[in-house]
Design a protein around this ligand. Structure first.
Ligand code: BMP
Length: 229
């Protein structure tokens, strides 16, 4: 299936141990991990490198969710400083635009062999305040900078459908919002997403492996019924 686990360690844990343990426990059945700012702020780039160096990362999507939103020079500096940790994908915001921002970041990512993913619509209700109004413009930016993928909300399958229609099949859609934010496993995949990103439902579970297996089964079931196969 197409499951990426969001690793956002809660306060008060040993972040390094927490991540290494979860990667070890569910790594055999998921397609990747997303390392968010709650982790990176705490452990730093060196800590992330250390976590990845002791984890089995063969064939995994390893995403640094930096939600970059700055001038191109600064975003490129950040990506260059995180490039040797072992991550292969970074997330930036599309709204900063192309010239002097994403064009430069996209070049840096290409040079470093890192996938660039742009956020075009978020999963929380407040995303409708601004993001919905400029959604089509943000999607155009994804195409213009030739991004590898975009983040679209599992909580809004209608948005995923229209994103997929506009972007075609070659750009990946990564969808957070499953579990803790209300979307059901498989709903985003049925709407056209390539990956569902699941955090707390799995990472805060008493049985992360059992819960991840349940998520994967639900994804399969829902895909079977929506695709009729
Ligand atoms: P959870 O499954 O625990 O709600 O985690 C969702 C993850 O996806 C978090 O790491 C969050 O930063 C990320 N995310 C999101 O929830 N909505 C978005 O629109 C974009 C995100 O990156």
């Amino acid at each position: 299936m197409s499951l990426v686990v969001a690793l956002d360690p809660p306060l008060g844990v040993d972040e390094r141990k927490w991540c290494i343990n979860l990667i070890d426990v569910v790594g055999g059945i998921v397609q990747g991990f997303k390392f968010g700012l709650p982790l990176i702020v705490k452990v730093g780039v060196r800590g992330l490198k250390d976590i990845l160096s002791v984890s089995n990362r063969e064939g995994k999507l390893l995403i640094a969710d930096l939600k970059l939103a700055d001038i191109g020079y600064v975003m490129s500096l950040i990506v260059r400083s995180i490039a040797d940790t072992g991550i292969n994908t970074v997330i930036a915001h599309a709204f900063v635009g192309v010239k002097g921002a994403l064009a430069e970041l996209s070049e840096a990512c290409k040079e470093l062999g890192i996938n660039l993913v742009l956020v075009t619509r978020m999963s929380h209700p407040g995303a409708s305040d601004i993001m919905d109004k400029v959604f089509n413009d943000l999607l155009k930016i994804v195409k213009e900078v030739n991004a590898w993928g975009t983040v679209l909300p599992a909580t809004r399958p209608d948005i995923i459908r229209s994103g997929r229609e506009f972007l075609g099949s070659s750009i990946k859609i990564l969808s957070p919002g499953v579990g803790a934010q209300g979307a059901k496993p498989g709903e985003a995949l049925c709407a056209g997403a390539d990956y569902e990103i699941v955090g707390r439902l799995i990472t805060r579970s008493k049985d992360p492996l059992g819960t991840a297996l349940k998520v994967i089964n639900e994804q399969r079931e829902r895909l079977r019924s929506c695709r009729g196969s």
